[in-house]
Design a protein around this ligand. Sequence first.
Ligand code: SAM
Length: 294
Amino acid sequence: AKADIGNAQRTKEIIKKYGVRAKKGFGQNFLTDLNVLTGIVNAANISKNDNVIEIGPGLGALTEQLAKAAGEVVALEIDEDLLPILADVLSPYDNVKVINQDVLKANLPELIQKEFTDPTRPIKVVANLPYYITSPILMGLLNSSVHWDAICVMMQKEVAERLTAKVGTKEYGSLTLAIEYLMTARLAFGVSRHSFVPAPNVDSAIVVLETRQEQLAVQPFSRQKLFSFIKACFAHRRKNLWNNLKPVVGKDKERQAAVKEILSQLDIATTDRPETLNLEQFIRLANALHAQNL
Ligand code: SAM
Protein backbone atom coordinates (compact mmCIF):
# COMPACT_ATOMS: atom_id res chain seq x y z
CA ALA A 1 0.00 0.00 0.00
CA LYS A 2 1.13 3.54 -0.70
CA ALA A 3 1.97 5.95 2.12
CA ASP A 4 -0.49 8.79 2.74
CA ILE A 5 -0.19 11.75 0.37
CA GLY A 6 0.96 14.02 3.23
CA ASN A 7 3.92 11.74 3.96
CA ALA A 8 7.02 13.80 3.05
CA GLN A 9 8.52 11.07 0.87
CA ARG A 10 5.23 10.43 -0.97
CA THR A 11 4.75 14.18 -1.59
CA LYS A 12 8.25 14.30 -3.06
CA GLU A 13 7.38 11.42 -5.38
CA ILE A 14 4.14 13.09 -6.53
CA ILE A 15 5.97 16.37 -7.19
CA LYS A 16 8.60 14.52 -9.20
CA LYS A 17 6.20 12.28 -11.12
CA TYR A 18 4.02 15.18 -12.31
CA GLY A 19 6.74 17.83 -12.49
CA VAL A 20 4.77 20.04 -10.08
CA ARG A 21 6.08 23.56 -9.57
CA ALA A 22 4.36 25.26 -6.62
CA LYS A 23 2.71 28.47 -7.82
CA LYS A 24 3.40 31.37 -5.49
CA GLY A 25 0.61 33.40 -7.07
CA PHE A 26 -1.90 30.81 -5.84
CA GLY A 27 -0.33 30.57 -2.38
CA GLN A 28 0.74 26.97 -2.91
CA ASN A 29 2.54 25.55 0.11
CA PHE A 30 1.86 21.85 0.54
CA LEU A 31 1.57 20.25 3.98
CA THR A 32 3.94 17.35 4.50
CA ASP A 33 3.27 16.57 8.14
CA LEU A 34 0.71 13.86 8.93
CA ASN A 35 0.42 14.93 12.57
CA VAL A 36 -0.66 18.38 11.47
CA LEU A 37 -3.08 16.95 8.90
CA THR A 38 -4.80 14.63 11.37
CA GLY A 39 -4.67 17.42 13.95
CA ILE A 40 -6.72 19.63 11.63
CA VAL A 41 -9.30 16.88 11.05
CA ASN A 42 -9.56 16.33 14.82
CA ALA A 43 -9.87 20.05 15.55
CA ALA A 44 -12.77 20.19 13.09
CA ASN A 45 -14.35 17.21 14.87
CA ILE A 46 -15.22 15.55 11.56
CA SER A 47 -17.50 12.52 11.55
CA LYS A 48 -19.01 10.27 8.88
CA ASN A 49 -22.22 12.30 9.14
CA ASP A 50 -20.48 15.49 7.94
CA ASN A 51 -20.32 17.11 4.54
CA VAL A 52 -17.00 18.91 4.13
CA ILE A 53 -15.97 21.66 1.75
CA GLU A 54 -12.24 21.96 1.31
CA ILE A 55 -10.77 25.10 -0.22
CA GLY A 56 -7.57 24.51 -2.19
CA PRO A 57 -6.83 20.75 -2.07
CA GLY A 58 -3.37 21.25 -3.64
CA LEU A 59 -1.86 17.77 -3.96
CA GLY A 60 -4.67 16.21 -1.89
CA ALA A 61 -2.86 15.69 1.43
CA LEU A 62 -5.64 17.17 3.59
CA THR A 63 -8.35 15.96 1.21
CA GLU A 64 -7.28 12.37 1.79
CA GLN A 65 -7.49 12.68 5.60
CA LEU A 66 -10.88 14.36 5.23
CA ALA A 67 -12.10 11.58 2.92
CA LYS A 68 -11.23 9.02 5.59
CA ALA A 69 -13.08 10.88 8.34
CA ALA A 70 -16.05 12.58 6.62
CA GLY A 71 -19.18 11.46 4.81
CA GLU A 72 -18.47 13.43 1.66
CA VAL A 73 -15.82 15.95 0.62
CA VAL A 74 -16.16 18.57 -2.08
CA ALA A 75 -12.84 20.30 -2.79
CA LEU A 76 -12.56 23.58 -4.73
CA GLU A 77 -9.27 24.11 -6.53
CA ILE A 78 -8.51 27.17 -8.67
CA ASP A 79 -5.42 25.69 -10.37
CA GLU A 80 -6.59 23.47 -13.22
CA ASP A 81 -3.08 21.99 -13.60
CA LEU A 82 -3.66 20.16 -10.30
CA LEU A 83 -6.91 18.48 -11.38
CA PRO A 84 -5.40 15.46 -13.18
CA ILE A 85 -2.98 14.91 -10.28
CA LEU A 86 -5.82 15.06 -7.75
CA ALA A 87 -7.92 12.67 -9.85
CA ASP A 88 -5.07 10.19 -9.75
CA VAL A 89 -3.92 10.43 -6.12
CA LEU A 90 -7.47 10.54 -4.74
CA SER A 91 -8.76 7.69 -6.93
CA PRO A 92 -8.99 5.27 -3.94
CA TYR A 93 -11.69 7.49 -2.35
CA ASP A 94 -15.21 7.43 -3.77
CA ASN A 95 -16.57 10.13 -1.42
CA VAL A 96 -14.46 12.99 -2.84
CA LYS A 97 -15.31 15.43 -5.63
CA VAL A 98 -12.75 17.93 -6.86
CA ILE A 99 -14.09 20.94 -8.73
CA ASN A 100 -12.06 23.46 -10.69
CA GLN A 101 -13.45 26.58 -9.01
CA ASP A 102 -12.28 29.90 -7.58
CA VAL A 103 -13.85 29.91 -4.11
CA LEU A 104 -14.23 33.70 -4.21
CA LYS A 105 -16.50 33.36 -7.24
CA ALA A 106 -18.45 30.33 -6.03
CA ASN A 107 -22.17 30.38 -5.30
CA LEU A 108 -21.83 28.30 -2.15
CA PRO A 109 -25.51 27.60 -1.33
CA GLU A 110 -26.05 26.42 -4.92
CA LEU A 111 -22.84 24.38 -4.95
CA ILE A 112 -23.82 22.60 -1.73
CA GLN A 113 -27.26 21.69 -3.13
CA LYS A 114 -25.74 20.44 -6.35
CA GLU A 115 -22.64 18.55 -5.22
CA PHE A 116 -23.53 16.73 -2.00
CA THR A 117 -25.65 13.56 -2.08
CA ASP A 118 -27.41 14.67 1.11
CA PRO A 119 -27.13 18.47 1.42
CA THR A 120 -29.07 18.46 4.70
CA ARG A 121 -26.16 16.98 6.66
CA PRO A 122 -23.98 19.25 8.84
CA ILE A 123 -21.60 21.21 6.67
CA LYS A 124 -18.06 22.17 7.62
CA VAL A 125 -15.29 24.04 5.88
CA VAL A 126 -11.80 22.66 6.42
CA ALA A 127 -8.82 24.14 4.62
CA ASN A 128 -5.20 25.07 4.57
CA LEU A 129 -6.02 28.47 3.09
CA PRO A 130 -4.10 30.33 0.40
CA TYR A 131 -2.75 33.05 2.71
CA TYR A 132 -2.94 35.92 0.25
CA ILE A 133 -6.75 35.83 0.36
CA THR A 134 -7.50 34.59 3.90
CA SER A 135 -9.70 37.56 4.89
CA PRO A 136 -11.76 37.72 1.67
CA ILE A 137 -12.37 33.95 1.86
CA LEU A 138 -13.49 34.13 5.50
CA MET A 139 -15.71 37.14 4.82
CA GLY A 140 -17.20 35.35 1.81
CA LEU A 141 -18.01 32.30 3.96
CA LEU A 142 -19.54 34.41 6.73
CA ASN A 143 -21.53 36.64 4.39
CA SER A 144 -22.99 33.71 2.49
CA SER A 145 -26.38 32.43 3.60
CA VAL A 146 -24.98 28.99 4.44
CA HIS A 147 -25.18 27.78 8.03
CA TRP A 148 -21.67 26.44 8.69
CA ASP A 149 -21.44 23.94 11.51
CA ALA A 150 -17.75 24.71 11.79
CA ILE A 151 -15.01 26.46 9.85
CA CYS A 152 -11.60 25.01 10.65
CA VAL A 153 -8.84 26.73 8.73
CA MET A 154 -5.11 27.15 8.73
CA MET A 155 -3.73 30.63 8.14
CA GLN A 156 -0.77 32.85 8.86
CA LYS A 157 -0.18 32.96 12.63
CA GLU A 158 -0.52 36.76 12.81
CA VAL A 159 -3.95 36.62 11.16
CA ALA A 160 -5.03 33.83 13.51
CA GLU A 161 -4.05 36.07 16.42
CA ARG A 162 -6.19 38.90 15.04
CA LEU A 163 -9.21 36.61 14.58
CA THR A 164 -9.00 35.33 18.14
CA ALA A 165 -7.83 38.56 19.84
CA LYS A 166 -9.25 39.76 23.15
CA VAL A 167 -10.58 43.30 23.57
CA GLY A 168 -7.86 45.77 24.57
CA THR A 169 -4.99 44.02 22.76
CA LYS A 170 -3.16 45.37 19.75
CA GLU A 171 -4.32 42.44 17.60
CA TYR A 172 -7.99 43.33 18.25
CA GLY A 173 -9.72 45.13 15.38
CA SER A 174 -12.39 45.10 12.69
CA LEU A 175 -11.49 41.55 11.59
CA THR A 176 -11.90 40.27 15.19
CA LEU A 177 -15.27 41.99 15.44
CA ALA A 178 -16.50 40.77 12.04
CA ILE A 179 -15.87 37.19 13.16
CA GLU A 180 -17.28 37.73 16.65
CA TYR A 181 -20.51 39.05 15.17
CA LEU A 182 -21.46 35.54 14.02
CA MET A 183 -19.00 33.05 15.45
CA THR A 184 -16.84 32.09 18.35
CA ALA A 185 -13.17 31.73 17.42
CA ARG A 186 -10.48 29.68 19.07
CA LEU A 187 -6.89 29.00 18.19
CA ALA A 188 -6.42 25.22 17.99
CA PHE A 189 -2.64 24.91 17.49
CA GLY A 190 0.35 26.47 15.81
CA VAL A 191 2.25 25.00 12.87
CA SER A 192 5.87 25.63 11.94
CA ARG A 193 6.76 26.78 8.42
CA HIS A 194 8.90 23.64 8.17
CA SER A 195 5.78 21.45 7.91
CA PHE A 196 5.30 22.69 4.32
CA VAL A 197 6.90 22.21 0.94
CA PRO A 198 7.97 24.76 -0.14
CA ALA A 199 8.33 26.37 3.33
CA PRO A 200 6.47 29.71 3.48
CA ASN A 201 8.24 32.61 5.19
CA VAL A 202 5.67 32.80 7.98
CA ASP A 203 4.45 30.43 10.69
CA SER A 204 0.86 29.26 10.73
CA ALA A 205 -1.98 28.40 13.08
CA ILE A 206 -5.31 26.64 12.94
CA VAL A 207 -8.43 28.55 13.92
CA VAL A 208 -11.78 26.91 14.64
CA LEU A 209 -14.89 29.02 14.17
CA GLU A 210 -18.23 27.82 15.47
CA THR A 211 -21.66 29.43 15.33
CA ARG A 212 -22.18 31.51 18.44
CA GLN A 213 -24.77 30.09 20.80
CA GLU A 214 -25.56 33.27 22.70
CA GLN A 215 -27.50 35.99 20.93
CA LEU A 216 -25.96 39.45 20.90
CA ALA A 217 -27.42 41.73 23.59
CA VAL A 218 -28.15 44.39 20.94
CA GLN A 219 -28.71 44.14 17.20
CA PRO A 220 -27.29 46.73 14.78
CA PHE A 221 -29.70 48.79 12.67
CA SER A 222 -27.65 47.62 9.68
CA ARG A 223 -24.90 45.04 9.74
CA GLN A 224 -23.19 46.51 6.71
CA LYS A 225 -23.21 50.07 8.10
CA LEU A 226 -22.04 48.81 11.48
CA PHE A 227 -18.95 47.33 9.88
CA SER A 228 -18.12 50.36 7.77
CA PHE A 229 -18.44 52.40 10.98
CA ILE A 230 -16.15 49.99 12.86
CA LYS A 231 -13.59 50.18 10.05
CA ALA A 232 -13.65 53.97 10.26
CA CYS A 233 -13.11 53.80 14.03
CA PHE A 234 -9.97 51.70 13.46
CA ALA A 235 -8.71 53.71 10.47
CA HIS A 236 -5.83 55.13 12.52
CA ARG A 237 -4.98 52.67 15.24
CA ARG A 238 -2.70 55.05 17.10
CA LYS A 239 -5.35 57.73 17.35
CA ASN A 240 -8.01 57.75 20.01
CA LEU A 241 -11.66 57.15 19.21
CA TRP A 242 -12.59 60.82 18.90
CA ASN A 243 -9.80 61.57 16.45
CA ASN A 244 -10.92 58.63 14.34
CA LEU A 245 -14.54 59.79 14.51
CA LYS A 246 -13.81 63.41 13.54
CA PRO A 247 -13.63 62.81 9.77
CA VAL A 248 -16.94 60.90 10.03
CA VAL A 249 -18.66 63.61 12.11
CA GLY A 250 -17.34 66.63 10.23
CA LYS A 251 -16.47 70.14 11.38
CA ASP A 252 -19.91 71.30 12.47
CA LYS A 253 -19.64 72.23 16.18
CA GLU A 254 -23.24 71.27 16.98
CA ARG A 255 -22.83 67.83 15.43
CA GLN A 256 -19.57 67.36 17.31
CA ALA A 257 -21.27 68.27 20.59
CA ALA A 258 -24.14 65.86 19.87
CA VAL A 259 -21.74 62.99 19.19
CA LYS A 260 -19.77 63.75 22.36
CA GLU A 261 -23.04 63.67 24.28
CA ILE A 262 -23.84 60.21 22.90
CA LEU A 263 -20.37 58.97 23.82
CA SER A 264 -20.79 60.21 27.36
CA GLN A 265 -24.25 58.59 27.64
CA LEU A 266 -22.67 55.29 26.59
CA ASP A 267 -19.88 55.76 29.11
CA ILE A 268 -17.25 55.97 26.38
CA ALA A 269 -14.49 58.58 26.74
CA THR A 270 -13.37 60.56 23.68
CA THR A 271 -9.83 59.59 24.63
CA ASP A 272 -10.60 55.84 24.66
CA ARG A 273 -8.75 53.87 22.02
CA PRO A 274 -10.90 51.98 19.50
CA GLU A 275 -9.50 48.62 20.62
CA THR A 276 -10.94 49.09 24.13
CA LEU A 277 -14.55 48.94 22.87
CA ASN A 278 -16.31 45.60 22.70
CA LEU A 279 -18.72 44.59 19.95
CA GLU A 280 -21.78 45.53 21.98
CA GLN A 281 -20.42 49.04 22.59
CA PHE A 282 -19.72 49.52 18.87
CA ILE A 283 -23.28 48.42 18.06
CA ARG A 284 -24.81 50.75 20.68
CA LEU A 285 -22.68 53.63 19.45
CA ALA A 286 -23.49 53.05 15.77
CA ASN A 287 -27.21 52.69 16.57
CA ALA A 288 -27.30 55.87 18.69
CA LEU A 289 -25.50 57.92 16.03
CA HIS A 290 -27.86 56.58 13.37
CA ALA A 291 -30.96 57.29 15.49
CA GLN A 292 -29.93 60.96 15.70
CA ASN A 293 -28.96 61.20 12.03
CA LEU A 294 -25.33 61.66 12.94
N1 SAM B 1 -4.53 21.69 0.86
C1 SAM B 1 -3.18 21.60 0.36
C2 SAM B 1 -2.25 21.26 1.50
O1 SAM B 1 -2.63 21.48 2.66
O2 SAM B 1 -1.15 20.78 1.23
C3 SAM B 1 -2.73 22.89 -0.34
C4 SAM B 1 -2.85 24.18 0.47
S1 SAM B 1 -2.15 25.60 -0.33
C5 SAM B 1 -1.69 26.57 1.08
C6 SAM B 1 -3.53 26.53 -0.95
C7 SAM B 1 -4.30 25.91 -2.11
O3 SAM B 1 -5.38 26.78 -2.48
C8 SAM B 1 -3.50 25.70 -3.39
O4 SAM B 1 -3.76 24.43 -3.90
C9 SAM B 1 -4.02 26.79 -4.34
O5 SAM B 1 -3.91 26.44 -5.71
C10 SAM B 1 -5.46 26.90 -3.89
N2 SAM B 1 -6.11 28.20 -4.18
C11 SAM B 1 -5.55 29.42 -4.24
N3 SAM B 1 -6.46 30.36 -4.50
C12 SAM B 1 -7.66 29.72 -4.59
C13 SAM B 1 -8.99 30.16 -4.86
N4 SAM B 1 -9.28 31.45 -5.07
N5 SAM B 1 -9.98 29.23 -4.93
C14 SAM B 1 -9.70 27.90 -4.72
N6 SAM B 1 -8.46 27.46 -4.45
C15 SAM B 1 -7.45 28.34 -4.39
